[in-house]
Design a protein around this ligand. Structure first.
Ligand code: 3PG
Length: 307
């Protein structure tokens, strides 16, 4: 009997776990749950005898891959797979997949929600601003970026996109104008929303040179990864541009300094929560479970990311 471990330091909604377990019950697989764990040692122990693993942002490093003697497939129930050591996985013939698009609406709603919250002065009763008529730049035009574009259009924002992953010839979305350089994007947009992955090309790429191009009042929205924003540049922007605000799904390392020096100009979630909706958990969780069954039963590797 195949054994699958669901290891989620940040648990799925209960309904998602029930739905995932139904997929495995039907397939005749055993499912075990490791939720809310604090010690990485617990994951090392739990992976020892499993054939497949489902994770969220949980760290699947070389040690985890090494400890999992029977592991054949890991599915990241979500989009970004920067938490998984692809090289170590490939070396051990472990297939790694993600579930693109399954949680992207939830992340997009969080990004827009943070924008509204800040435009209304954190609902403190004072007069704020509206999003209608403002320009938002979508940096990264994958599933999350295009959901933000869709909602932005619904709010009657002007939407501009830039993407170095999806080729310019394949970029098309009703009402969205695409530009061919990242500098062009930042220089036109009062709001910039990041939906780029964290990898060797993007870590630290949102730097002072880019941010300082933004027209005032400038708001940077990050529902992607904290590592893509260069923190020295962030602090410099806060210092030099009193109009600059930063909204992020998970605080930067310099959050303490920002809180102390620049009150009212930032918002950080206490825990990464873009994908923390029942719907996103159900969609991504079921997709992950089905991908595992399809892999074992028919060798399906459509969403493999370490090919
Ligand atoms: C993703 O990459 O899918 C999102 O950042 C959500 O991550 P999470 O599953 O850890 O909430």
């Amino acid at each position: 009997m195949r054994k699958v471990l669901i290891a989620t330091e940040k648990p799925f909604a209960r309904q998602a776990v029930d739905n995932i377990s139904a997929v495995f019950r039907e397939a005749g697989y055993e499912m075990v749950l490791l939720e809310n764990y604090k010690d990485p040692g617990d994951l090392l122990k739990a992976v020892e005898d499993v054939d497949a693993l489902i994770v969220r942002s949980d760290l699947v490093n070389k040690d985890v891959i090494g400890a999992a003697r029977k592991l054949a497939v890991v599915v990241r129930a979500g989009a970004g797979y920067d938490n998984i050591d692809l090289e170590a996985s490939t070396e051990k013939d472990v297939v790694v997949m993600n579930t693109p698009g399954q949680n992207s609406n939830a992340v997009a709603e969080l990004a827009i929600g943070m924008m509204i919250y800040m435009a209304r002065n954190q609902f403190n009763g004072t007069s704020g601003t509206e999003l209608r008529g403002k320009t938002i730049g979508i940096h990264g035009c994958g599933n999350v970026g295009m959901n933000i574009a869709r909602i932005g259009r619904g709010l009657q924002m002007k939407v501009i996109g830039f993407c170095s992953y999806v080729g310019m010839d394949r970029l098309s979305f009703a009402g969205v104008k695409f530009v061919d350089t990242v500098e062009n994007l930042y220089s036109k947009c009062q709001y910039i929303s990041l939906s780029i992955p964290a990898n060797k090309d993007t870590i630290g790429m949102v730097n002072y040179d880019l941010l300082s191009l933004m027209p005032a009042p400038a708001v940077l929205v990050n529902a992607a990864r904290k590592e893509v924003v260069d923190e020295a540049s962030l602090l410099r922007m806060f210092e030099e541009r009193p109009d600059f605000k930063y909204l992020a799904d998970i605080a930067p390392d310099c959050a303490g300094e920002i809180a102390e020096k620049f009150p009212g100009r930032y918002f950080f979630t206490p825990k990464k929560m873009g994908a923390q909706t029942a719907e996103a958990n159900i969609n991504a969780g079921i997709a992950a479970a089905r991908q595992i069954v399809a892999y074992f039963e028919s060798g399906e590797t459509k969403y493999q990311v370490n090919k």
